[in-house]
Write a protein of this length. Structure first.
Length: 485
């Protein structure tokens, strides 16, 4: 399995494990000024209201160019503000806050994608591409994933420049395209084609991690230590078709839906690794009642699978226990009065570390047990293949004290008593491209969300207003600290 060695993992836990804050760190950080908040809100609004979907109506370039204008107007040198990419609609923005240039000090890179998943107005109660504030929340596509962090870091870089802050090392902000899908993934393209612009000692990726709330109470602060592998599979049923007045048992739609019904009823085997085991151990110490008892029971050897089944009713826990595969798109038939000749579904999988996409493809074939169906791999660029890659999850980077010491301390100042713990990201992120290039990447958004209110990619996406302000305070303090090391 692609996990760090036990000694390195214990070192990670020693850095990340946090008890109650010391008296010296009890005081909360000074909140951003009213003017800084107003600027951060306006940037957030501007980003939300620029459609950056991978559709004809969307343009990542429009958002990147709008932020470029803000940096140039603020006085950033043109040579430190780069707008570039392989497609006119998919331009990435790279901004560099120059440091003192100490020898041997590589930059720190903040990696933020600015594309979002498509949202239909008919599915929402508000316009997904209109920034709406109501009932203590900011609404709009991207408010959770991840234009909140994009906006907070844009404002942080502008504020640091305005204050004349000079870091010891360069600080770099990358606003990139196609993390959510598309042919022009900005992070991958920059690593492969413009490594000089994004080369770094390490990466901070706010596309994962954050603070989990339970009825408003901060339970745990998650820092991504590893992540699942994202994979799409195309499941196809073909048929000779015919006239709808002469139906037959061999119907492509029925064959496909029979397979999807099997998938809906199936759970991949329960698994834990060092990261998830530590995560649930930390949670068990803070939970109560049946939930705490179940968490302790799954940590036993062998694990209590009935306890795992009860915990799996919570989607975020279930995804930490296993590979997940779910049907996300469906198409079939060509006419109302004809038997379908083709029925297709997209099955999206998030693969537990230690397993490859090809291994999961073979498991789907075995689960469906229908030789008339084909199961093909679909790449991020939409290329369909009869075999999937053998790659597995990224190896967690070794812990770096200069990241975790300030991250932990500042988190404690904002959310006192909340343990910081490494976690497995249940989705996937652009961290993988930097990890493959040998650049450590750590995922932390500093955004606090209710466990039951994860609306990323979903209807009426929103973020609590107070959570946005706290993330703004975190990134300002954290960026100054790591830039001064």
């Amino acid at each position: 399995m692609f996990l760090m060695k036990p000694a390195a993992f214990l070192a990670w836990l020693a850095l990340a494990a946090v008890s109650l804050p010391s008296p010296a760190s009890d005081a909360a950080l000074a909140a951003a000024s009213a003017a800084d908040r107003a600027e951060a809100r306006e940037i957030f609004k501007q980003l939300i209201e620029i459609n950056t979907t991978d559709t004809p109506a969307g343009s990542v370039t429009a958002a990147a160019a709008a932020m470029q204008r803000r940096f140039l107007d603020a006085g950033f040198p043109a040579e430190d503000v780069h707008l570039l990419g392989p497609d006119p609609r998919k331009q990435n923005l790279i901004v560099r806050l120059r440091g003192e240039g100490q020898p041997g000090q590589k930059p720190v890179l903040f990696l933020c994608h600015i594309d979002v998943v498509e949202a239909l107005r008919s599915d929402w109660h508000t316009d997904p591409f209109q920034f709406v504030e109501k009932d203590g929340y900011f609404y709009g596509r991207g408010t959770q994933d991840m234009k909140d962090s994009d906006a907070a870091l844009v404002q942080t870089f502008l504020r640091l420049h305005r204050e004349g802050y000079r870091p010891k090392r360069d600080l770099v902000l990358a606003l990139t395209a196609d993390e959510e899908g598309g042919r022009f993934n900005g992070a991958q393209w920059l690593v492969e084609q413009h490594r000089d612009l994004v080369d770094a000692a390490y990466v901070i990726n706010p596309d994962s991690g954050g603070v989990e709330l339970d009825h408003g109470h901060a339970v745990v602060a998650d820092v991504e230590a590893t992540e699942k592998v994202y994979s799409d599979f195309r499941v196809t049923a073909l048929n000779r078709g015919g006239h709808s007045s002469l139906p037959r048992a061999d119907n492509a739609i029925y064959e496909l839906t029979a397979a999807l019904t099997k998938l809906a009823a199936y759970s991949f085997p329960f698994e834990l690794n060092e990261v998830t085991r530590n995560y649930f151990s930390n949670l068990a110490a803070r939970e109560t009642g049946q939930t705490a008892a179940d968490m302790r029971a799954i940590l036993a050897v062998p694990p209590d699978l009935s306890a795992a089944a009860r915990l799996s009713a919570e989607p975020s826990f279930n995804s930490n226990f296993r590979t997940t595969c779910v049907a996300t798109r469906l198409s079939a038939g060509h006419a109302n009065n004809a038997l379908p000749q083709t029925a297709q579904a997209n099955v999206n999988c998030r693969i537990f570390p230690g397993h490859s996409p090809e291994e999961i493809r073979q498991q789907l074939i075995a689960l469906f047990a229908d030789p008339k169906l084909s199961v093909q791999y679909v790449s991020d660029a939409g290329v369909v293949a009869d075999r999937a890659p053998e790659r597995k999850a990224i190896k967690p980077p070794a812990p770096i004290a200069e990241v975790f010491e300030p991250l932990t301390r500042i988190t404690q100042q904002i959310w006192p008593g909340t343990p910081v713990t490494p976690v497995m990201e249940n989705g996937a992120s652009d961290s993988i491209y930097f990890s493959w290039a040998g650049i450590p990447s750590y995922g932390y958004s500093a955004v606090a969300l209710e466990r039951t209110d994860d609306r990323a990619h979903g209807q009426d996406e929103r973020v609590p207003v107070e959570s946005y302000w706290k993330s703004l305070d975190f990134f300002y303090a954290f960026t100054r600290e790591i830039g001064s090391r």
